[in-house]
Design a protein around this ligand. Structure first.
Ligand SMILES: [Zn+2]
Length: 414
């Protein structure tokens, strides 16, 4: 049975035509795929048509074809050696990919759609064949190789060849995603300084809402506008190709807290000290510096919070201040925060995490305008009525309607 990537839009299965069994006692005794060799077609073509042209001839083949529109077509099964690079030594070990050009002639450009399909396909090939990373050495010893390493040819053309380092980087970034331990690291860092698990969970829920907890996160809406993804933007800032002035004045949110305003981005930039702008430790130190110097009211709210919701809302309205601060956004961020609370908090809980539904157990219970017995009574509720509690101060729970607070000792969670 032939083996193809699930990313294929079409398949023109070559069978045994223009190919050999990959397992070969001289060139590949294990039969494993260990290299990838991207080629250019030397013309503008769609994937399936190029595959069919090779299938109809008796000289060429490749494992995959990528069209100018980014569609992918399977050709020679992965467990077979294609005839692509003019090198037995290479092609018995390699998956080969023919990529359409977007125009004929030097520098043989390739469309963004085709290049991003190439990145996705390489990631998939690596994952399924146990290749842990691409290593582009610029010679045949690496596992990302070029046709012109083996034959006198223009292939893969100056444009695509120039993008091999970027291809390596983008593929490897997807093969080794952010370590999960970052979440724990952020929790521990903040808990050591804030000292209140509700506060830490509320802050982390907001950071997740802002950046998915990724320190290299560029505000999503700016990616198409700037023509860069998270990795490309970060690399450009780190190398200086994207200047300090561009970085602070582009209006794009960046980093753990999606810092946007020019003076905050400027302060972040000036803290790098030789590190990447996406360095997690550096960003945590910066976050802490901001909270402990410029946002002391927010910090106090985090230190004294008695629920995740109340901590989370303080961060949302005083520190992050996104355009949308609706109740829906508040509840979503508190919900993220509660996930972290459940995962990492050690403190035992008398009441469920807010928001939750409480049912009245007393025959009659007063609703007061504030969280304590001295606040005026605004109405009374009766046994078996149920209310969503969105915040808690000690034993007092705030009703979602905003009418007031009830004493939770006379309720039970539903
Ligand atoms: Zn080639």
């Amino acid at each position: 049975m032939s083996i193809f990537s699930p990313l294929c839009n079409d398949i023109v299965d070559f069978g045994s035509h223009n190919s050999n069994a990959r397992k070969n006692s001289t060139y590949n005794p294990s039969g494993k795929v260990v290299k990838i060799t991207p080629h250019h077609m030397g013309m503008v073509c769609d994937a399936k048509r190029c595959a069919q042209a090779h299938m109809n001839g008796n000289a060429n083949s490749a494992n995959y074809y990528i069209g100018n529109d980014g569609r992918i077509c399977g050709g020679v099964s992965e467990d077979r050696r294609p005839w692509t690079s003019g090198s037995r030594e290479n092609d018995f070990l390699a998956i080969t990919i023919e990529v359409s050009n977007s125009a004929k002639g030097d520098p043989w450009p390739v469309s963004d759609a085709a290049f991003s399909a190439l990145v996705r396909l390489c990631v998939d090939i690596c994952k399924r064949n146990g290749i842990t990373a691409l290593n582009y050495t610029g010679n045949a010893n690496g596992n990302l190789t070029r046709h012109n390493m083996f034959q006198k040819t223009a292939c893969p053309g100056p444009y695509l060849q120039g993008k091999f380092p970027e291809l390596q980087k983008l593929v490897n970034a997807q093969l080794s995603p952010q370590p999960a331990s970052d979440e724990r690291k952020i929790w521990d860092y903040l808990l050591a300084r804030i000292g209140n698990e509700y506060g830490v969970a509320g802050l982390m829920g907001n950071l997740r809402g802002e950046s998915r907890l990724q320190p290299n996160n560029l505000q999503d809406s700016f990616e198409p506008r700037l023509g860069m993804n998270d990795e490309q933007y970060t690399a450009a800032v780190d190398s200086g190709a994207y200047t300090y002035d561009q970085f602070i004045h582009d209006g794009a949110g960046y980093g753990l807290a999606q810092w946007t305003f020019w003076s905050r981005k400027s302060n972040l930039y000036n803290r790098r000290n030789g590190k990447s702008i996406a360095d997690l430790d550096m960003q945590l130190d910066f976050l802490w510096w901001e909270l402990s110097t410029g946002y002391t009211t927010t910090l106090q709210a985090l230190r004294t919070a008695t629920s995740v919701y109340n901590a989370s809302t303080a961060v949302l309205t005083q520190y992050e201040k996104p355009a949308n601060q609706s109740e829906a956004v508040r509840l979503k961020r508190a919900e993220y925060g509660e996930e972290y609370f459940r995962k990492y908090a050690q403190g035992t809980e008398v009441y469920p995490l807010c928001p939750y539904v409480a049912r009245i157990t007393a025959t009659e219970l007063n609703v007061r305008s504030g969280p304590g017995p001295n606040y005026p009574i605004v109405r009374t509720v009766v046994q078996r009525e149920a209310f969503t509690i969105v915040d808690r101060v000690g034993d007092w729970g705030k009703l979602k309607s905003g009418v007031g607070y009830i004493n939770l000792q006379y309720t039970e969670p539903v």
